[in-house]
Write a protein that binds this ligand. Structure first.
Ligand code: ATP
Length: 515
């Protein structure tokens, strides 16, 4: 796996992601997707969308507007409670999230425990039992307890909305500004993450509306519309992909944390009492969706929430091992009837389901799966980008940079390359092959530079297949098809290329592994 700096540079150089408004020195925490980036992102969205709506007869999609009636955010709790605890360092004037400072402290303490474990592993060799060592070695246990205690106090303080307790904890743990080393902190205060703007010509509070901080509420307020117009019976789900906006306090990790980002959310409506069963099923289903992309087991893990929101009765994150460590990629939450009941109360409109079996009306419970499209993009890219040593055309070792993106997600599926640029019979034949293939897949035609350099360019954008048109092609209508990952080249009749490629690049072959 490439380091983070290399990854960010690669994204820019090869047209995947650019800083927003770069010519004006950029806008912080906003990014633009380039020509290959948008294709990869669209393919990720399609993989998610089809896995939800095509594979499940009882999941349907919607596309709600970003602006919603402002009461929506009152009912959902976002106006009053969608806050992050903010703290400034007095000396450096840098702004931080108090919880992230404390988590950073805990991570450092745990890293010391890991160091002890690594040392012991070396000392004991083969016979080393890590689990036993962690549960018996006094020093390791001490570090673990110290980190756990800090996180528990933090979670309690967050749960109670007690900003003074967070401040006290930062002072007590002697946490210093990671940049300046200063320990002079301001009070911790709540900062609401919603962006607001004005609606039409109405001035002041009356015209204040919000940019949605999550897509889920567009689903909740449409629950009955969808249920009635599609005649769904419980359990059923509504899926949506769309932009969300959060005025994040600290956003320094490229597209991992942005102020404008995209979510893929699915709310699954179930009969009360069955939600924990569905929660377990969705956990498994979502993990399988990730694993099917070929991410190794060691890169994905579940992380249960220690501190449940008051309306949730179970919540877990799927974490991915990004270049900067394990972080949340997706959340799965059992949200009870909190949202529907709150909207029902504030709007005065019934949001109930009539259960024909039991002849009762009730507010359904909800299990949601919520994943950031941009974080998924980063996960795919960070796993795919590799440097490897491979034999070049003369059989000598050379290094290549390759994006091993799962073929169904790759931006370009096939590159068509005439062996030489200055031979009209080759270029016109290659152009004809390109014209035939472009009807089936996103293709590229490239005739510039030596063939080896063209292969490297395609490797760098993750193209799974390169089709080369040479002099034999003119004789027998066959071409060589080079595989990005194995570098194997097979000779195939032109008429068979599409079928050969389709087997590997079609989304259907991923979907087939999910059913
Ligand atoms: P975090 O703890 O990292 O701030 P969260 O718990 O607030 O995330 P959720 O509200 O559960 O996130 O949102 C669901 C998903 O949306 C997350 O798992 C993540 O993939 C994505 N997401 C949330 N905030 C951002 C952001 N600022 N930039 C990009 N993606 C985001």
């Amino acid at each position: 796996m490439a380091d983070f700096k290399t990854l960010v540079a690669h994204c820019k150089e090869y047209g995947f992601v650019y800083q927003s408004s770069e010519i004006y020195d950029g806008l912080s925490a906003a990014y633009d997707y380039g020509p290959y980036g948008v294709e990869l992102k669209n393919n990720i969205k399609r993989y998610w969308w089809e896995a939800m709506t095509r594979l499940h007869a009882n999941i349907v999609g919607i596309d709600a507007s970003i602006f919603m009636a402002p009461q929506t955010w009152k009912a959902s709790g976002h106006v009053d409670a969608f806050n992050d605890p903010l703290v400034d360092n007095k000396q450096s004037k840098k702004r931080y999230r108090a919880d992230q400072l404390i988590e950073g402290y805990a991570e450092k303490v745990l890293a010391k425990a890991d160091k002890e474990v690594t040392k012991a592993k070396k000392r004991f060799g083969e016979s080393f039992d890590e689990a036993q060592y962690r549960s018996t070695n006094a020093r390791v246990m001490g570090y673990q307890e110290k980190a756990d205690a800090a996180l528990k106090r933090m979670n309690d303080a967050l749960g109670a909305g007690d900003m003074q307790a967070l401040y006290d904890l930062i002072v007590e743990l002697e946490i210093a500004d990671p940049e300046s080393g200063s320990r002079e902190w301001t009070d911790v205060r709540q900062f609401n993450l919603m962006f607001s703007t004005q609606l039409g010509a109405v001035a002041g509070e009356a015209g204040k509306i919000y940019l949605r901080p999550e897509t889920a509420q567009g689903i909740f307020v449409n629950f009955l519309n969808v249920q009635k117009s599609t005649r769904q019976k419980l359990p059923f789900g509504i899926a949506q992909i769309g932009k969300a906006f959060r005025n994040e306090i600290v956003a320094r990790q490229f597209i991992f944390r942005m102020r404008e980002f995209e979510q893929m959310e699915m709310q699954f409506f179930v009969k009360p009492g069955t939600e924990l069963d569905w929660y377990a099923r969705w956990k498994a289903t979502r993990m399988q969706w990730h694993r099917t992309l070929g991410h190794p087991e060691s890169k994905l893990r579940f992380h249960d929430h220690e501190n449940l929101a008051h309306y949730a009765n179970a919540a877990v994150d799927i974490e991915f091992d990004f270049p900067f460590g394990f972080r949340e990629l997706e959340g799965i939450h059992s949200r009870t009837d909190f949202d529907l009941a709150a909207h029902q109360e504030l709007s005065g409109k019934k949001l109930q389901y009539f259960d024909a079996e039991t002849q009762e009306s009730y507010v359904p419970y909800v299990v949601e799966t919520s994943i950031g499209c941009d974080r998924m993009f980063l996960a795919v890219m960070s796993h795919a980008l590799q440097e490897e040593t491979v034999p070049d055309a003369d059989g000598k070792d050379s290094t290549r940079t390759v994006l091993k993106i799962p073929a169904p997600l790759a931006p370009v599926k096939v590159a068509v390359l005439p062996l030489l640029k200055n031979r009209e019979e080759l270029t016109s034949k290659a152009a004809a092959v390109f014209d035939a293939l472009k009807l089936h897949f996103p293709c590229q035609y490239d005739e510039k530079d030596a063939i080896g350099r063209r292969y490297r360019r395609q490797d760098a954008i993750g193209t799974p297949y390169c089709v080369t048109v040479d002099f034999d092609t003119l004789e027998d209508d066959t071409v060589t098809v080079r595989d990005r990952d194995t570098l194997e080249q097979v000779r195939l009749p032109i008429a068979e290329v599409a079928a050969h490629v389709r087997e590997q690049v079609s989304l259907e072959q991923l979907l087939a592994q999910l059913v």
